[in-house]
Design a protein around this ligand. Sequence first.
Ligand code: ADP
Ligand code: MG
Length: 238
Amino acid sequence: MSLLELRDITYTVSGRTILAGLTLAVEAGEVHALLGSNGTGKSTLASLIMGCQGYQPDSGDIVFADTLINHLKIYERALLGISMAWQEPARFEGLRVRDYLTLGRVTDQPESTLRLVGLEPSRYLSRMVDRSLSGGERKRIELASILALRPKLAILDEPDSGIDLLSTDDIIRVLDHLRCAGSAVLLITHRDEIAAAADQASQICGGRIVCTGNVAQVTADFKNKKCISCDGEVCSDE
Ligand code: ADP
Ligand code: MG
């Protein structure tokens, strides 16, 4: 049994079908890259797994650690060990970095997790997690929070192409730490060098996973617009 199993997920919003029978498995401890053109439903899928408000599959099962989680709230899923770094990095008015990194954590070492993401603790622990931090700083602090949580599954939804908040090396370092902690990662990225750090990859197109397997092969097929779902028509818009 895989850590995460998405079985035949369908999701429609405002009369538009975004996911149409999507099936995907992520194994415990595996870094699984999700590749797909803009608008193919990657962020939507991430929100469905996390259980964000308004994101309920119309049909299909989301099974995590042998538990059907379709109807669990976002905090119940967090308690089971799912956490997410958003496409738009987190912002919490009125919350200091120190509290953001320690609330609800078993371990209480905000200094070491900040250093892991390249931030000097003395300069950041008392800052607010708000607009006074740059996008890149917030992204680092959000990733530090995920490292501190040691989730069973981390969903990393990178910002779209053109707004890379962190370098490839920074993200690969975070992936290495998550891997060492035994976390599985669903990695949504548009950067080949980052996808190359994954153990497996899947391509999403036409609301479905069209292939899963070896990262180099799936990446090459994606680049070459090879797609059993749309024959290159949807994949070719990037
Ligand atoms: P990706 O992350 O792969 O770029 P998204 O999951 O953000 O794609 O979006 C998938 C598609 O669903 C896009 O075409 C987007 O416009 C559409 N979409 C997302 N949310 C809504 C919504 N609330 N209402 C209508 N369409 C939506
Ligand atoms: Mg997205």
